[in-house]
Structure formats: C-alpha cells, structure tokens
Design a binder for this molecule. Structure first.
Ligand code: C2E
Ligand code: MG
Ligand code: MG
Ligand code: MG
Length: 286
C-alpha cells in the first residue's frame, strides 16, 4: 500500500515539474520574440504631492501583452528576463521609451517634473549599461536632473565593483537615485547616509494597513522620520484609500503614488488625466 502510494506521488511530482518546465519554456520562448514583435510597452503611473495632489512625477512600468499568453505581469517576466539575459534590452527599452515620451510631452507643453525608471542589479552589472542609458538620455534631450532611477535596498547593499561604478556614473550624469520598496530589504541604517540616494519609497506592504495596523503605522512613521533626519525625500507607494493619504500627509510624507491617484496607464491616457488643458481663451486649467 505504502509503496504504491509512493510511486503515485512520484508520478504526481514529476508531472507537476514537467508542467512547470513547459510553462517556463513557453514563457521564455514568447519573451524572446516579444521584443522584436513590439509586444512590450511602457505604462506610466502618476506620483503626486500629498499637499495639493499635483503631479510631481511619473513612474515608467513595463507591460507585456502577449497574443498567446495575454498580459503577463512584470513580477513574472522581469525575473525571467534577468535569468535569461534579456533584462538589459528590456530595461533599455523602458528607459528609452520613457525619456522620449517625456521629451514629446515637453514639446506639447505638458511638463512632467520627474521621470522614474526601475533598474535591476543585473542591468547595473552589465557592460555598456552606462553608455547605453547616457546615449538614450542625450538623444531624448531631457535634463538628467529630471530622471530618477529606482533600485532596491539589496541592489545598494550587494554592490559589486561594476554596480558601484555604474551607480556613481549615474550620479555624475546628474540623475537621481531612489530606494524602491524601502523597508523590505536589509539596509543597515548607518549605510543610508553614505549612499548616493535622494529618495525613499515606502513599500506598499506597510501602507496597506495604515489606519488598522499599529505596527505598520509605527514603521511608516519611522521611515518618514528617517527621511527627514537624513534629508531624504519620502514617497509612499500603493496608496489606495483617502484614509491612508490623510495619515501619510499628517505624518509629513511629501509624496505618494497609488490607485487612489491613478493606476499605471498608457501615455495618452496619462496626458488626458494630468496635462493642463488650454481652452480657447488660452488660459490653463486642469
Ligand atoms: P515597483 O517598482 O515597486 O512598482 C510598483 C508596483 O506597484 C507596480 O506593479 C504598480 O502597478 C503597483 N501599484 C501601484 N500602485 C498600487 C496600488 O495602489 N495598489 C497596488 N496593489 N499596487 C500598486 P507592476 O507594474 O506590476 O510592477 C511590478 C514590479 O516590476 C515593479 O515594482 C518593479 O520592481 C518591476 N518592474 C516594472 N517595470 C520595470 C522595469 O522597467 N525595469 C525593472 N528592472 N523592473 C521593473
Ligand atoms: Mg519602482
Ligand atoms: Mg516599489
Ligand atoms: Mg518592486
């Protein structure tokens, strides 16, 4: 009886492993051709000043709409891209598309104060990374000081020589750095003041239960205080409710991003929502 069950279980696990390998293989094959086929786009999410809910920046977020697989989350395809060596191309695409979009908007009078683009450690460690983004930035013509790159704590902590050099080059070009998902990593706090970072983005896992969970409220308050002490700007991620926005604003958090202010959306939609409208009299209204 036991033996029989064992055999069955083995077969079950093998099937499941096969299934997972097939899925991964399918995903990998699809991702490899997605770039050439133009299936990868960039969505933009507003970042707002909490004081008046004006637009202070946008975050560029990769989107993949596959004809066979439907829309695939970046949580799935970014790690895969890192694994199979495609993240350089994907990251460059996000950066280039976003810079060009901001430049296009400049030309029609919609001035986005800041552009944030996510960066993975694998990109930083790739040869030629700095040259590629420098070229894309120069071609777009937008000022480097308007561009912020988001990295996670683990990226900042586990810096290899190449990554460290790339981060310094980013700073020398005049771009800024933000720590994404702050609080979920393992930063030694003393490190913070030595890192070339200008902004902390409070991870949405702490924001989610503001108003309900005292621990999350304490952590959030502490991060805001830390930012203030170290002279770093603080932005809260994943703000979905008015209650959360009020709490954050009252605690001195300057900026926020989340579904309350808008989901990630296509460029045209973002402009419709946020660009100043000129009526016939030439005056600007929102
Ligand atoms: P992230 O950089 O922390 O981006 C924020 C994520 O939270 C986005 O998920 C966004 O859609 C989501 N989000 C924003 N507001 C809310 C909210 O109010 N509630 C909830 N529940 N979620 C919210 P998304 O677009 O699925 O991206 C996931 C992650 O994929 C990003 O996390 C980032 O780490 C990575 N990613 C996306 N684009 C790029 C890219 O161009 N390069 C790299 N290296 N990573 C990227
Ligand atoms: Mg981010
Ligand atoms: Mg984040
Ligand atoms: Mg993230």
């Amino acid at each position: 009886q036991a033996e029989w069950q064992g055999v069955n279980q083995f077969a079950f696990y093998t099937d499941e492993m096969d299934q997972r390998m097939i899925e991964r293989q399918t995903l990998e094959t699809a991702l490899r051709s997605a770039l050439d086929r133009g299936e990868i786009r960039v969505a933009y999410q507003a970042q707002v000043n909490l004081a008046d809910e004006s637009l202070c920046g946008i975050e560029a977020l990769l989107r993949w709409e596959s004809p066979q697989l439907g829309s695939v989350s970046p949580e799935r395809f970014i790690p895969l891209a890192e694994e199979i060596g495609l993240i350089g191309e994907l990251g460059e695409l996000a950066f280039r598309f976003a810079c060009n979009q901001v430049a296009d908007w400049d030309r029609v009078g919609f001035r986005v104060p800041r552009l944030s683009v996510n960066l993975s450690i694998h990109e930083l460690e790739q040869g030629g990374f700095v040259e590629r983004i420098a070229r894309a930035l120069a071609r777009s013509g937008i000022d480097p000081s308007r561009v912020e790159l988001e990295v996670t704590e683990s990226v900042l902590m586990s810096q290899t020589g190449d990554a460290r050099a790339a981060l310094s080059a980013i700073r020398e070009m005049g771009m800024r750095l933000a720590i994404d998902d702050f609080g979920t990593g393992y930063s030694a706090l003393a490190y913070l003041k030595r890192l070339p970072v200008q902004r902390l983005k409070i991870d949405r896992s702490f924001v989610k239960d503001l108003g309900r969970d005292l621990n999350d409220e304490s952590i959030t308050r502490a991060i805001i205080g830390l930012g203030r002490t170290l002279g770093l700007a603080v932005l809260a991620e994943g703000v979905e409710t008015r209650e959360q926005a009020v709490f954050l604003s009252r605690e001195g958090c300057q900026e926020a991003q989340g579904y309350l202010f808008g989901r990630p959306m296509g460029a045209a939609e973002l402009a419709r929502r946020w660009a100043p409208r000129r009526d016939r009299g030439g005056s600007v209204r929102r």
